[in-house]
Design a protein around this ligand. Structure first.
Ligand SMILES: [Zn+2]
Length: 195
């Protein structure tokens, strides 16, 4: 069952990127999004164990290094969909003493949708691979496309056709990183793309 709006999940890292604290909403959020393995015993683990994909890791490295280097808060929008809801959120990273970091992910809005098997971690996968941007939740096939539209076109609305997902960060979302912002204009990202 998806969380309701206005939920805010938080966690803290120490200077070595070990998770030192998660709030109760964080565990609830992981459970609601079919990730009970993450919710258990997460405190004391390394953040990087919970991220996958070369671009995703590089993106987070960039964000965290920027906040630690400048001592300034950094914030950016992202999508965190579940199977039956499109969810717009905002990530804010604040510096803490001695190199620690405070992460806050606040839910801004949710739109229910017909369940998309691609975002249901309990659904078996075919050998096909679907690159997914972890920040905007679009899928790549040449261009980056809205997940609902692309899944429908590819026949992935049929449960037995559900492909594996690999985590990426698309070029548009990479342009939101502090390093990219330093050299270019910030593009506007719509809350939800519509057909
Ligand atoms: Zn993206």
């Amino acid at each position: 069952m998806p969380i309701s709006g206005c939920t805010t999940i938080t966690y803290c890292l120490d200077r070595n990127d070990l998770i030192t604290h998660v709030n109760s909403a964080w565990a609830d959020f992981a459970l609601a999004n079919d990730a009970p393995d993450i919710a258990r015993r997460v405190v004391g683990t390394d953040l990087w164990r919970h991220l996958s994909g070369e671009e995703v890791i590089a993106f987070y490295h960039d964000l965290m290094a920027h906040v630690r280097r400048t001592g300034q808060v950094f914030s950016l929008p992202f999508r965190c969909d579940a199977a039956d809801v499109r969810r717009q959120m905002r990530l804010t990273i604040e510096p803490l003493h001695e190199g620690g970091l405070f992460f806050e992910s606040r839910t801004l809005s949710e739109i229910p949708r017909r369940a998309l098997h691609l975002f249901d971690t309990t659904v078996p996968r075919t050998e096909e691979v679907a690159p997914l941007c972890v920040m905007c939740q679009r899928l790549q096939n040449g261009d980056w496309r809205d997940a609902d539209q692309y899944a429908s076109r590819m026949g992935w609305t049929v449960r037995s056709n559900t492909p594996k997902v690999t985590h990426r960060v698309c070029e548009r979302c990479q342009s939101l990183s502090p390093a990219a912002r330093a050299v270019s204009m910030i593009p506007k990202i719509p809350l939800f793309e519509r057909s």
